[in-house]
Design a protein around this ligand. Structure first.
Ligand SMILES: [Fe+2]
Ligand SMILES: [Fe+2]
Length: 167
């Protein structure tokens, strides 16, 4: 029997939850290795490496092959083409809020190594998200703008950003 659309959608979202759990296991293994290279943590690291190769990468490949192309027209017609960018901003800003709170405590004199470590991890997360986000802005938005907008239109598009500030 062919599974229903609803069952497949739920399966897709469940797969994301599983990827999240696999990534949590990966960071957990690394956290344990930082404490000391116990054999269980080394084994967990190996499992995580296999998870990335055997589960995570195929998921992304399938999305590029099947899921995104199937929905491209829909996004173009009914979606907001910038929705993904706003979601990036939301996720970056959420982490910045967390970082600012931790940095404030460190600046105020708290020296708990766990606190500093959490701030350090957030800083790397912010850096990675911003890196990917700016690649999208430059490889998609800037490239399209250069190709399709007049100089005047480009100036208009960019000058508002200057007034507001942008990342
Ligand atoms: Fe995905
Ligand atoms: Fe941005």
């Amino acid at each position: 029997m062919t599974p229903s659309a609803d069952a497949l959608t739920q399966g897709y979202i469940r797969e994301h939850d599983q990827l999240g759990a696999g990534l949590a296991a990966l960071t957990d293994a690394l956290d344990r290795l930082v404490q000391g290279a116990d054999p269980a943590a080394v084994r967990a690291l190996g499992e995580s490496r296999r998870f990335l190769r055997d589960v995570f990468v195929p998921h992304a490949e399938w999305e590029e092959l099947t899921f995104y192309p199937a929905l491209a027209d829909l996004v173009r017609t009914h979606g907001d083409p910038n929705a993904a960018m706003y979601i990036d901003h939301r996720e970056i800003l959420r982490r910045i809020e967390g970082f600012v709170a931790l940095a404030g405590r460190i600046e105020a004199g708290e020296r708990d190594p766990a606190l500093i470590d959490r701030a350090r991890i957030l800083a790397y997360q912010i850096q990675a998200l911003v890196e990917a986000h700016e690649k999208k802005e430059e490889e998609i938005h800037v490239a399209l703008m250069r190709r399709h907008l007049s100089d005047r239109e480009q100036v208009r598009a960019l000058s508002l950003g200057d007034q507001l500030g942008h990342d």
